[in-house]
Design a protein around this ligand. Sequence first.
Ligand SMILES: Nc1ncnc2c1ncn2[C@@H]1O[C@H](COP(=O)(O)OP(=O)(O)O)[C@@H](O)[C@H]1O
Ligand SMILES: [Mg+2]
Length: 379
Amino acid sequence: MPVREKKRVVVLFGGRSGEHEVSINSAASVMAALDRDKYEIIPVAITREGRWVAGITPEQAAGGLDPAVLSGTGGGAVTVILPPDPGWRGLTVPGNGDAGQIAGEIDVVFPVMHGTYGEDGTVQGLLELANIPYVGAGVLGSALGMDKVLMKTVLARHGVPQARFLSFLRREWETDPKTVIAETEKQLGYPCFIKPANLGSSVGISKARRREELVRGLELAAGYDRKIILEEFIDAREVEVSVLGNDDPMASLPGEIIPLKEFYDYEAKYVDGLSQLKVPAELPPDTVERLRELAIKVFKALDCAGMARVDFFLRRSDGAVLVNEINTIPGFTRFSMYPKLWEATGIGYRELLDRLIDLALERHRDKNRSKTTFDLPGK
Ligand SMILES: Nc1ncnc2c1ncn2[C@@H]1O[C@H](COP(=O)(O)OP(=O)(O)O)[C@@H](O)[C@H]1O
Ligand SMILES: [Mg+2]
């Protein structure tokens, strides 16, 4: 078989997530920057309903998909599925059998998807079954990064400094609200933060200064998730570090978020002008070193791969560095923190994409080195 010169890269975007639009913006930047001399790029949009549509660009998807496109009958777009069969390794038009395969064997998938069904290990699980290399963390790292309770539990075990936290199931809140309130007041006090355990982009997050706000915040969060996390409020500067690599990752210089609102909520994140990024952050060298070390420690503790952005609080009262969270598929527009931090550290946007694709291939090779069968000794 002739060796194909260009790697065939599927850019997956959109998805069944509150961060659908954010993903489209990230994917538009990624698509625009991927080197066409090295890659053949196949964009695949996932609709809000979860349908996979090949052949439309993020720009087209941003305008909303018309019914002809959605049914795969118009606009050059076609509905596809990705079979879990590792012998297949390609997209196919459902119902057309072997003849339905489009575009041939995929070399690597770049899921540029944030939040549920994209960043949480589910799409990664499908790609594992199909044995296709993909950019970013695997099933476990993605799932751990998405669940703030398990993320913090694992980080605590590794001695990583964090805000004090508590968690409850929605069921506990609904059946025994008195205990939830009493425990929160006893262990955290006010102000505190209330969050759905598995969301992103600040959706469903609120700050409570007194009991009525706590009740409202718990109700809000319970509308989004069956698990809720509560944290002590940290009065802090917010700084972020980008991590790149697999088993021996490296960390970028830190950057600072300066929200002009009370906290870094959905609007502050995505409405232009409501927050500023300071890249690199102005910090003493020992703090920079501490942040970079901790970012790598967090990345490894959560079994990440490829990329992640680790977010920190720098407490104003004593300068303590606390880890807030990890994002395994961070915002990826040209103006997003993740690529901007690499730019400041000496890796440009396009080179960053090349490295991520190489890391995906490297990890896949490494995984396929491991045995999946066991030969009984002596046989
Ligand atoms: N414990 C806390 N103390 C102070 N501010 C917080 C705390 N937790 C979250 N925040 C604020 O809320 C924002 C969003 O919270 P975060 O946990 O990062 O959720 P998301 O995953 O949605 O980004 C943070 O960037 C910060 O501004
Ligand atoms: Mg955050």
